[in-house]
Design a protein around this ligand. Structure first.
Ligand code: TYD
Length: 407
């Protein structure tokens, strides 16, 4: 029996997405196809912790290593988003009159947000060496290249000789299998008036949008207000506020403090009552989700096959980790989708994980396709603005959120 990593009770399996490679595991040569790593991607729910989580997660060193292909600074929208987030934290520090505050980012990636705290006592923690080095060289911010752990706490206290006033993290905590220890360490090293703020894709949005492509190796936990609140309480932390975000197809920002030092906001109470209507604490919600996912697969495959029969050219827009899940679950290869196009250098000229679709640079695009599969659907507004010419010439988009359709 698989156990919930938080509560230790039974993990009830509700979704099987089959054999999957690493979501960001792009391959640089055909020779690597034979030795590619695959694992079973299955999702479970715990009634006790209300936490939705992967049944089995690949080892963290397999995912976050020197070849990590995800650079945060690829989208201008995300850059603006992080600036706003950093401003919000700075306002909080001013309001609470925290003197010489210490700010720590867990998973600082290429420094897209950390650079905004350069004038403060700051520290980024980033285990993927290639992205951490980009951060160090480009932004000159202080970064520790390691996984956040008890050892990190010793280093922080030796370096700064004080507790942390703000811990923040974006799209990282849901990636950490050993989340209990992360919460324990944060709780231990947080100053009395300090806060932990983090954001991750919100389970309520995944259920509403049927965006099952959010499920891949790096996303181990799918947070909701109820599951975060229960987890926090186990380590003397309290959820006192939350705010929905548009990023990553619909995220939630969670605000936590110690010993209820900050009062629960009315915004949080409203969000809780909205969440209640979604039944995120009930197994039946997830069984219905599974039915919709299977239906989405059938519809997408039949649409792509029909278009190919009519000799249409279909490319995928954005070599996202998310689309690795879709293409491997639906068995969509380069016979159906000829190429990926992506503006990330490290992904270009490589082959996609599992289905081995070649990734090209937009600079190499000589003719528009008839259809783009919108794999980077979470950047739809930014992409549609950029691709006015394609749209004007009658180019069409295929999406699967919230259901399979042509736009
Ligand atoms: P992302 O949204 O981070 O998804 P995931 O976490 O599933 O990998 O990835 C977006 C990808 O799309 C990234 O590889 C960059 C690419 N992209 C473009 O090529 N052009 C664009 O205009 C945008 C916005 C993204």
């Amino acid at each position: 029996m698989k156990k919930c990593r938080i509560s230790g009770d039974k993990l009830i399996k509700f979704l099987d997405l089959g054999k999957q490679p690493l979501g960001n595991g792009f391959l640089n040569s055909k020779k690597k196809f034979k030795t590619e790593y695959f694992y079973n991607l299955e999702l479970g729910f715990s009634k006790k912790s209300s936490m939705v989580q992967l049944l089995k997660a690949p080892k963290k060193e397999k995912m976050f290593n020197n070849n990590y292909a995800f650079y945060s600074s690829t989208s201008s929208y995300m850059d603006k988003h992080f600036k706003k987030f950093a401003d919000e934290i700075k306002n909080f520090l001013l309001k609470k009159k925290l003197k010489k505050p210490l700010i720590v980012e867990i998973g600082s990636n290429d420094g897209i947000m950390l650079k905004r705290f350069k004038k403060f006592h700051h520290l980024g923690i980033e285990p993927a060496k290639n992205v951490a080095l980009v951060c160090k060289n480009k932004t000159k911010c202080k970064v520790l290249i390691e996984f956040y752990s008890k050892k990190t706490l010793n280093k922080i206290s030796r370096k700064f000789n004080k507790k942390v006033d703000v811990y923040y993290s974006t799209n990282v905590l849901g990636h950490i299998e050993d989340i209990q220890n992360v919460f324990k360490n944060i709780s231990q090293s947080l100053s009395d008036k300090g806060i932990l703020v983090f954001e991750d894709p919100y389970l309520g949005e995944i259920i509403k949008k049927n965006s099952y492509d959010q499920i891949y190796d790096e996303h181990i936990y799918f947070f909701s207000l109820i599951s975060v609140s229960k987890l926090a309480n186990m380590y003397n932390l309290n959820l006192f506020d939350a705010s929905p975000q548009q990023t990553h197809g619909g995220s939630m920002r969670y605000y936590l403090c110690k010993n209820n030092v900050y009062k629960k906001t009315s915004r949080l109470k409203k969000l809780f009552s909205n969440e209640k209507k979604l039944n995120l604490d009930k197994l039946k919600t997830y069984n219905l989700f599974t039915k919709r996912v299977k239906n989405s697969k059938e519809k997408l495959l039949s649409l792509l096959k029909k278009l190919k029969k009519n000799n249409k050219i279909i490319y995928a827009y954005g070599a996202t980790a998310k689309s690795t899940t879709i293409f491997n679950f639906c068995k969509i290869d380069d016979q159906l989708i000829n190429f990926y196009f992506d503006n990330t250098k490290i992904k270009q000229n490589k082959f996609s994980p599992g289905m081995h679709i070649k990734v090209k640079s937009f600079k190499k695009l000589s003719n528009f396709p008839d259809y783009y599969f919108l794999s980077a659907w979470n950047h739809k507004n930014e992409i549609f603005k950029k691709e006015k010419k394609y749209i004007k010439m009658g180019g069409k988009w295929i999406t699967h959120v919230p259901f399979v359709k042509i736009i």
